[in-house]
Design a protein around this ligand. Structure first.
Ligand code: AMP
Ligand code: MG
Length: 520
């Protein structure tokens, strides 16, 4: 297993001086050197071939003892220095102080095909940033992160990636529901991969401590490597940097809304400076379309991170980033202007995204109204978002009277649709049909376009849970199957059509399928 190393992060940024995993406050440093925990009986559960290839590795490499050792934390690859990153953050709207990689350990940075990748273990033991945690991860949450991050990548959504999933052979104590019933679960390590894991919180840490020297060093590093088009550092460059992060963040959230992904914990420490979806915890996928839905039981009271609030929270988080960057800019106006623009740009991008979901190419003034009325219809009775949009692509121009039948599989209780609800839908289909008359695409061309943005397969909450239940009993066949189907989420894949279905009733209130805590 050979790599082309280029360890810019540790070479160009200030570190804590000691190699020490003990919990502590760390000052004037972006990272601390640490040693991963040696697992008792590491076992490879799954490898992402696409990620393997992207790193220039082969399946033979993945089968090697060295792969097992390095990506389980058992052995440190020669001449590398694993490290945990220091960051802070706002959690659920409150300042939380120093957080940091409490259970993530960055192994090294490589370049392959001119792309830079940081390779990181999640769940490989305590670091200076572990606070009350043990630095470990369980199989349940590791499967969720592994499957979902790769699924998001194949959906074309900016995200961190996963290379491998390993069992550690150690048991980990978790109180899954935070109800006092702690139990042992299988420990696991996911190897995550991203161009960088820098978060808004890395900037907030230095800003909160008025460490402007290191704030500048970190910002310059980030621009130099990830936003090189912005050029040499200056006040103007920092403003443009904030603009670029804002636009990447907006793009990411639009993608989430397009596919019905709810992150669940949009704290500023979980916001990537590259606009990548990061830290897959109690995330979930919309089944019944519902702006108010959140999968996270820890957030059940306020529902701060509910589906419909994700754009507002992205803006709130960007405001915290603006505050953190302010000492480098010392002017509020340009930052405020960018934040102002976010809302109007979101509106514009959101309409553009919805147009694509509806197969509309032309822009028309009434489109927004058509979309709003569709959302009203979707809320009349529990309607599966993924099924609805995929089935809508079968709509035939001039045949609006059959439309309700076409989408009827997306209703959770089609037999209970009242006459009033039916007629509201029929009116909408009539208007949609009318609107389609101004479009030049024929039915099959429109279907092809719509199927590029409306996935047929997403990682429904109960699907991940089925993979977890089987894996807990040593059966990885469901995991394998889901990994395969989610590699081509927009393709028909008839052999997998059982996954193109509503959530089964048994999953409605089952833990892991409809509700998740942060316990992982
Ligand atoms: P999250 O919101 O789950 O991404 O995590 C928030 C903070 O808690 C981060 O600093 C994590 O590194 C830390 N954390 C989460 N779980 C653990 C754990 N089991 N051990 C140590 N730190 C953890
Ligand atoms: Mg996190």
């Amino acid at each position: 297993m050979e790599f082309n190393f280029s360890n810019t992060f540790i070479e160009q940024l200030p570190s804590d001086d000691v190699l020490d995993n003990h919990r502590r406050q760390v000052f004037e440093a972006t990272h601390s050197y640490v040693t991963p925990k040696v697992p008792t009986h590491p076992k490879l559960v799954h490898v992402s071939e696409t990620m393997l290839n992207a790193l220039g590795l082969t399946s033979k490499d993945a089968m090697s003892q060295e792969f097992l050792d390095v990506f389980s934390g058992k052995k440190i690859y020669p001449n590398t220095k694993p490290y945990a990153m220091a960051y802070a953050g706002h959690q659920f709207g409150n300042w939380a102080g120093q957080l940091g990689d409490g259970r993530a350990i960055n192994l090294f940075e490589v370049i392959n095909d001119q792309k830079r990748w940081v390779i990181q273990l999640k769940g490989a033991g305590e670091t200076p940033y572990s606070r009350q945690g043990d630095g470990l991860a369980v199989l349940r949450s590791s499967i969720r992160e592994y499957l979902c991050s790769e699924a998001m990548y194949h959906l074309g959504i900016p995200t961190t990636r996963a290379l491998s999933l390993m069992l550690t052979g150690d048991d980990v104590l978790r109180d899954m529901l935070y109800d006092g019933n702690a139990a042992y679960e299988k420990g696991a390590v996911v190897t995550r991969v991203a161009p960088s894991f820098i978060r808004f919180g890395n900037f907030e840490l230095f800003a909160a401590r008025k460490d402007h020297k290191n704030l500048k060093i970190l910002t310059d590093y980030t621009i130099r490597h990830f936003y090189p088009e912005l050029g040499e550092s200056s006040k103007e460059t920092y403003i443009e940097f904030f603009r670029a992060v804002t636009s990447k963040t907006l793009e990411m959230v639009i993608h989430w809304q397009r596919v019905g992904f709810v992150h669940g914990v949009m704290n500023t420490d979980n916001m990537s400076i590259l606009g990548l979806t990061i830290d897959y915890g109690p995330y979930g996928w919309l089944e019944g379309f519902d702006f108010g839905w959140t999968p996270n039981t820890t957030d059940a009271q306020n529902k701060r991170y509910r589906f419909g609030n994700q754009p507002n929270i992205a803006l709130w988080n960007l405001m915290q980033l603006a505050n953190a960057l302010y000492p480098l800019i010392e002017e509020t106006k340009p930052l405020e202007d960018i934040l102002q623009e976010f809302s109007s740009q979101f509106e514009e991008q959101s309409i553009k995204m919805m147009r694509s979901k509806l197969g509309l190419i032309n822009k028309e003034n009434e489109d927004q109204n058509l979309m709003e009325r569709l959302e009203e219809c979707l809320l009349l009775t529990e309607t599966d978002m993924t099924l609805f949009f995929r089935l809508l692509s079968q709509f035939k121009k001039g045949k609006s009277e059959n439309a309700l039948e076409i989408v009827s599989d997306s209703f959770y209780k089609p037999e209970e649709l009242s006459e009033t609800i039916k007629s509201q839908w029929q009116q909408w289909f009539k208007d949609y049909n009318q609107r389609l008359k101004n479009e030049s695409l024929n039915d099959s061309e429109r279907q092809i376009e719509m199927n590029k943005v409306n996935p047929k397969y997403v990682l429904r909450n109960y699907m991940a849970q089925l993979a977890i239940d089987a894996a807990d009993n040593g059966d990885y066949s469901v995991l394998d199957e889901l990994y395969s189907v989610l590699k081509k989420p927009y393709d028909e894949q008839p052999k997998f059509k059982k996954w193109f279905a509503k959530r089964p009733e048994w999953a409605r209130h089952k833990v892991g399928c409809s509700m998740l805590s942060c316990s992982s």
